[in-house]
Ligand binder design. Structure first.
Ligand code: COA
Length: 377
């Protein structure tokens, strides 16, 4: 079927308002982002991920005491039930990490099912605290053969992740960089995975099913998977000149360059500016002479040739790389952050629920009559 101009414009629901939300504002005109009214620049400079998770879920910034209590509450929920650890041990060592997370989340739902009428934040907080433990228990079991203790002494989710991964106390710069990145990734209104979460929640399904669906949606390279693809691209070039030539060839072949472009923003992604500066600082600290200049050249070429700008995924990839995080863990890190936004949306959907069930524009055959098999052509 030939798409009309109008249909092409609305393909992928682009530009369609699909519901009300008071959680986050992507300001299209000023290319800005606010969580519950607070600018992303403000939060990235001053807040911690736990503060932001509280803000997204509960609608207000926590007091000093609330934040302290919340951090210890999350710390106490990092360990996993034994049957879940046994399941993680059975998942192949070469499994995709997003599959591990999706399976772990789903399995936890059978071991600690949501109880109707209980504290609405219970499962959200449990998942914020333990999704990283699910990944690292599986990862460390298969890479070191050890059943790691998941109760680290790190106060923050960022510290907990780095301590488990590196098996030592992380340096402050790496801890803070990851903390800021978790803030930047925590929420982004009706993106594909959040919309999937809301759609599942709208059927009155349980918390874990909705989040498992969100993880599945985030896995794709047009969404969360872009940060890993961006790293692979940057690493494939030895010099900025080589990068320029390579990207020009890719563009000539009409290939997608991962980490560029956005469905909502048109000239810049406000989160990218923040993570780029962190990636730059980390590259200086790592005495990098190759990757950051290569990335900047790709950035310049994309703007010059296509007026396409880096989204959050592009420089996040470098920031993670310089913090010692393996590339295949980049998309799971997105999950550890976005669980806050997904949960806030799920609760918002439930608070004013209406089944999400749009209609399709039928483009199939006209009415047909069933024929006996002997006479079919
Ligand atoms: N590299 C090369 N070309 C790109 C591009 C990219 N990253 N992003 C968009 N374009 C081109 C498209 O090919 C299209 O060109 P055309 O008009 O000649 O067909 C044009 O720009 C418009 O893009 P479109 O696919 O309609 O935009 P969209 O709103 O549907 O897509 C994304 C938004 C994010 C899916 C898209 O920019 C993309 O695939 N980016 C790479 C993946 C990525 O970084 N994802 C993370 C998003 S936060």
């Amino acid at each position: 079927m030939v798409e009309t101009k109008e249909k092409k414009k609305t393909g992928g629901l682009a530009g369609i308002v699909a519901g009300d939300s008071s959680i986050c504002l992507c300001g299209v005109e000023e290319q800005s982002l606010r969580y519950r009214g607070y600018s992303i620049e403000n939060l990235a400079e001053h807040a911690t991920f736990e503060e932001v998770a509280w803000l997204l879920l509960r609608g207000k910034l926590p007091t000093k005491q609330q934040l302290r209590d919340y951090q210890s509450h999350l710390m106490k929920q990092r360990d996993l039930p034994k049957p879940l650890k046994a399941i993680l041990e059975q998942i192949p060592a070469d499994a995709n990490m997003m599959d591990v997370l999706r399976t772990g989340c789903s399995a936890l739902g059978t071991l600690e099912p949501e109880i109707a009428g209980s504290d609405p934040f219970k499962v959200a907080d449990r998942l914020i605290a333990c999704l990283s433990s699910i990944l690292f228990y599986w990862y460390l079991f298969h890479t070191t053969g050890k059943r790691v203790d998941l109760n680290t002494d790190e106060m923050t989710v960022a510290g907990h992740i780095l301590k488990l991964l590196l098996n030592k106390t992380p340096i402050e710069m790496h801890r803070r960089c990851l903390d800021v990145s978790l803030i930047l990734y925590a929420e982004h209104e009706f993106n594909a995975s959040t919309f999937a979460v809301r759609t599942i929640a709208s059927t009155l399904s349980d918390f874990y099913s909705a989040i498992a669906g969100g993880i599945g949606a985030l896995r794709g390279p047009l969404h969360g998977g872009a940060n890993e693809a961006a790293m692979e691209l940057i690493e494939s070039f030895s010099t900025p000149d080589q990068a320029e030539q390579g990207v020009m060839e890719m563009l000539a072949k009409k290939q997608l360059i991962m980490g560029f472009g956005h469905r909502v923003y048109t000239t810049s992604d406000p989160r990218s500016v923040i993570i780029k500066e962190l990636a730059r600082l980390l590259s200086v600290q790592a005495k990098d002479q190759r990757l950051f200049p290569v990335a900047e050249r790709i950035d310049q070429v994309m703007w010059r040739e296509k007026k396409l700008f880096t989204n959050l995924d592009f420089y996040s990839a470098l920031a993670y790389h310089f913090s010692g995080i393996p590339t295949k863990m980049f998309t799971p890190l997105f999950v550890f952050a976005r669980i806050a936004g997904w949960s806030a949306h799920l609760l918002e959907q439930r608070s004013n629920n209406k089944l999400i069930r749009p209609i399709s524009n039928y483009i199939g055959p006209v009415a047909q009559t069933w024929l006996p098999i002997e006479v079919r052509e």
